[in-house]
Design a protein around this ligand. Structure first.
Ligand code: ATP
Ligand code: MG
Length: 305
C-alpha cells in the first residue's frame, strides 16, 4: 500500500532522514518509534506531502506521490496529530463531518456515520454531538480527532502521537478503543509514538528509527526477543522480555483446571495484564470466556514458564 524507496529528507545541511526504505502492506499498522528529533513526524509529513522529499520516492498503491495532486492525496489520508486540531467554532458533529461535507456527501448519511463513529470511540452522540470542543476533556477531544480522521473513510491513516496528551489511564482506554476499532475498519495505519509499551500493544510491526536510518523493522515479539543491535536493545529497555508479555494472550499461558478461591480475568486479556494482577497480590487467576465460564487458571509459575 505504501512503499518508501531510499527516502532522504534534508533541512539545509542537516540530513534528518538519510536512506529509508520499507513497505507497509494493506491493512497493516506500522508504528514508528525512536528518540525525539529522529524524524518520525517528518516521515509522516512526507507521506501526505505536507513537505517534499529531498531524495528517493514514496509510492502509494504503486503511484509515485509526486505525480498525485496534493489536495486529493490528503483528502484520501486521515491525519491525526497530538494537538488534535479540532475547529473550535464547530460542534463535535460538524468537526467529524468536515471531510464528508467537503466531499458533498449526503447530510443525513454523514450525520448517521458521525453518530456511529462517536459511539465506536465511546462518546455518546446524543450527549456530545452538539457540544463545542472546549466543552470536552482532552481525551474526549482526541477521540473526536480520531473519529474525524476515520469519517472521511480514508484507506490510509497517519497518526502522530495521537494519545500523548492524556493521563496514563485515559491513554490505556483510548488504546483499547482504538484496538477494538481497528478490527472493524480495514485501514493501513502509520502510527508515531515514543512510548515502547504503546508500540508493542498496537503495532503489527514496529519500525525503530535513529540517526536517519531504520535500525530494525519487525513484529513486536521478534523485536523484543531479538533486537538487531545495541541501540535497539537499549531503546527497548532491560525489561523487554516483560514487555513481550503484553502481546501474549493469557490463554497461551494458562493451565487447565480452576482454582477454587481465585478471582477471574477475561480471556482476551494479555499475559502482562495477568502479571500485573498477580504482582498486586493475587495468588491465582481463573480465566473466563464471554459466558463467564472458567476455561483455565494461571499463576506466577505459569508466567515464569
Ligand atoms: N522545518 C524545519 N526546518 C528545519 N529543521 C527541521 C524542520 N522540521 C523539523 N526539523 C528538524 O528535523 C529533525 C526531525 O524532526 P521531527 O519533527 O521529524 O522529529 P520527531 O522524531 O518527530 O521528534 P519528536 O519525537 O520530538 O516529535 C529535528 O532535528 C528537527 O529539528
Ligand atoms: Mg514528532
Amino acid at each position: 500500500m505504501i512503499k518508501l524507496e531510499h527516502v532522504v529528507k534534508a533541512y539545509g545541511e542537516q540530513e534528518v532522514l538519510k536512506d529509508i526504505s520499507f513497505e507497509i502492506a494493506k491493512g497493516e499498522l506500522v508504528v514508528l518509534i525512536g528518540p525525539s528529533g529522529c524524524g518520525k513526524s517528518t516521515l509522516l509529513r512526507l507521506i501526505n506531502r505536507m513537505i517534499e522529499l529531498s531524495g528517493g520516492r514514496i509510492l502509494i498503491k504503486d503511484r509515485d506521490t509526486r505525480t498525485l495532486d496534493p489536495v486529493s492525496l490528503r483528502l484520501g489520508i486521515g491525519y491525526v496529530i497530538q494537538s488534535i486540531g479540532l475547529f473550535s467554532h464547530m460542534t463535535i458533529f460538524e468537526n467529524v463531518e468536515v471531510v464528508p461535507s467537503l466531499l458533498q456527501q449526503n447530510k443525513k448519511l454523514r450525520r448517521e456515520r458521525a453518530r456511529e463513529l462517536l459511539d465506536m470511540m465511546g462518546l455518546e452522540p446524543a450527549q456530545y454531538g452538539q457540544r463545542y470542543p472546549k466543552e470536552l476533556s482532552g481525551g474526549q477531544q482526541q477521540r473526536v480527532g480520531i473519529a474525524r480522521a476515520i469519517a472521511a473513510d480514508p484507506e490510509i491513516m497517519l497518526m502522530d502521537e495521537p494519545f500523548s496528551a492524556v493521563d496514563p489511564i485515559t491513554r490505556e482506554q483510548l488504546q483499547d478503543h482504538f484496538l477494538g476499532l481497528k478490527t472493524q475498519i480495514d485501514k493501513t495505519i502509520v502510527f508515531v509514538t515514543h512510548d515502547v509499551d504503546e508500540a508493542v500493544k498496537l503495532g503489527d510491526r514496529i519500525c525503530i528509527l535513529n540517526q536517519g536510518l531504520v535500525q530494525q523493522i519487525d513484529s513486536p515479539k521478534a523485536l523484543l526477543h531479538k533486537p538487531a543491535n545495541d541501540f535497539v536493545a537499549s531503546f527497548l529497555g532491560e525489561d523487554r522480555e516483560l514487555k513481550r508479555l503484553s502481546r501474549i494472550p493469557v490463554t497461551d499461558v494458562m493451565r487447565s483446571g480452576a482454582h477454587p478461591e481465585a478471582r477471574t480475568i477475561e480471556k482476551h486479556k494479555s499475559a502482562k495484564d495477568a502479571l500485573n494482577r498477580l504482582l498486586a497480590g493475587e495468588n491465582s487467576l481463573n480465566v473466563i470466556d464471554d459466558q463467564n465460564s472458567i476455561i483455565g487458571t494461571v499463576n506466577l509459575q505459569d508466567l515464569q514458564g
